[in-house]
Design a protein around this ligand. Structure first.
Ligand SMILES: [Zn+2]
Length: 98
């Protein structure tokens, strides 16, 4: 899953195939047809999130809630998931015309 991040309004939004913009309208981005690559207007940042990693963290949270264990101090934490800044990644193009 890809998200856009605007440092001006601190908004984070999930990308779609239609152009998505942050709350203030400064950062714009969208998925390309293949659903894998994306383009943005060159402002702000695009973030990538590993969907299966996120699913694992949510599953870990639910399991912990069922047994009443907050697992805050467990290493490795079952609540951590992979996310990264994708700006500059070859799967992300800049299109100032968005
Ligand atoms: Zn903004």
């Amino acid at each position: 899953m890809k998200l856009l991040l605007c440092e001006e309004c601190n908004d984070v939004r999930k990308l779609d195939y239609e152009v998505t913009s942050c709350k203030c309208g400064r950062v714009k981005a969208r998925y390309l047809r293949d659903g894998w690559h994306a383009e943005h207007n060159g402002l702000g940042f695009l973030l990538g999130m590993n969907n299966s990693s996120l699913g694992g963290a949510i599953h870990g949270f639910r399991q912990a809630a069922e047994v009443g264990n907050d697992m805050v101090n467990q290493e490795p934490s079952p609540f951590v998931f992979d996310a990264w800044v994708m700006t500059g990644n070859p799967r992300v193009a800049i299109n100032p015309d968005l």
